[in-house]
Write a protein that binds this ligand. Structure first.
Ligand code: IDP
Ligand code: MG
Length: 230
């Protein structure tokens, strides 16, 4: 529910990005003109044009992302939120983690490096508020010693399979073939997050990728070799 409302609020923002690019250009032009600085005017127009071009480029995904933010539950386009936490980034495990999902046949539809705000981390871990480790958890996620690598992966049963690939919360309980079972030994430094249900995926994708244009809908050329019931 929450995520849907985030998505609803966020989507129109995309449409306004182009308008914002234009507005920036005209504001800049007006300001420079009033100072009778022809050079500055030319610069501002160029800067405005450049920023307009930038927004044009970054806000024009191959296909508009029109599907529900976490895809269709149980469908081939189900989505989950996966994040390499700062300890995983510091330890140079980002590539290995991405590899696991890619090699399994899942599709990457969103990716960014973020130092989350305290507010974002607290909302993300809202169900753990009141636990003794909550403050330390939020600090380690947000202190900027390394970013969080936030991702959205798409594919059949990706939420459940993602949790299984990640392994138990306490890495000492995680199977040896799982990501946590292979790469870590401490619950407070368990390197990766994955949504634990469709509802969590909706909430988390909305929190981390709620702005329009942040998720890219694309067709994998090898899809027929990955998914078929024949
Ligand atoms: P999950 O990440 O496997 O979904 P949750 O129970 O949702 O596990 O906890 C979120 C995160 O909080 C864990 O991944 C871990 O980083 C941290 N955490 C959970 N339990 C403890 C604990 O007992 N001590 C310290 N950190 C914990
Ligand atoms: Mg959890």
């Amino acid at each position: 529910m929450f995520a849907r409302s985030v998505a609803r609020i966020a989507r129109p923002a995309a449409a306004s990005i182009k308008a914002r690019g234009f507005a920036t250009a005209s504001r800049a032009t007006a300001a420079a003109g009033s100072r009778m600085a022809a050079f500055a005017t030319a610069g501002a127009v160029a800067a405005g044009a450049a920023s307009y071009a930038y927004f044009q480029n970054v806000q024009s995904p191959i296909h508009a992302d029109a599907k529900p933010i976490a895809g269709v539950k149980g469908g081939a386009n189900e989505r989950t939120f996966i994040a390499v936490k700062p300890d995983g980034v510091q330890r140079g495990l980002v590539g290995k983690i991405i590899n696991r999902f890619e090699e399994r046949g899942y599709k990457l539809v969103g990716l960014k490096a973020v130092v989350p705000s305290k507010d974002l981390a607290e909302q993300h871990y809202a169900d753990l508020k009141g636990r003794p480790f909550f403050g330390g958890l939020v600090d380690y996620m947000t202190n900027g010693k390394a970013p969080v690598i936030a991702m959205v992966w798409e594919g059949k049963d990706v939420i459940r399979q993602g949790r299984s690939m990640i392994g138990a919360t306490n890495p000492l309980e995680a199977g040896p073939g799982s990501i946590r079972g292979q790469y870590c030994i401490s619950v407070g430094r368990n390197i990766i997050h994955g949504s634990d249900s469709y509802e969590s995926a909706e909430k988390e994708i909305g929190l981390w990728f709620g702005k329009a244009g942040e998720l890219i809908e694309w067709e994998a050329a090898n899809a027929q070799w990955i998914f078929s019931d024949n």
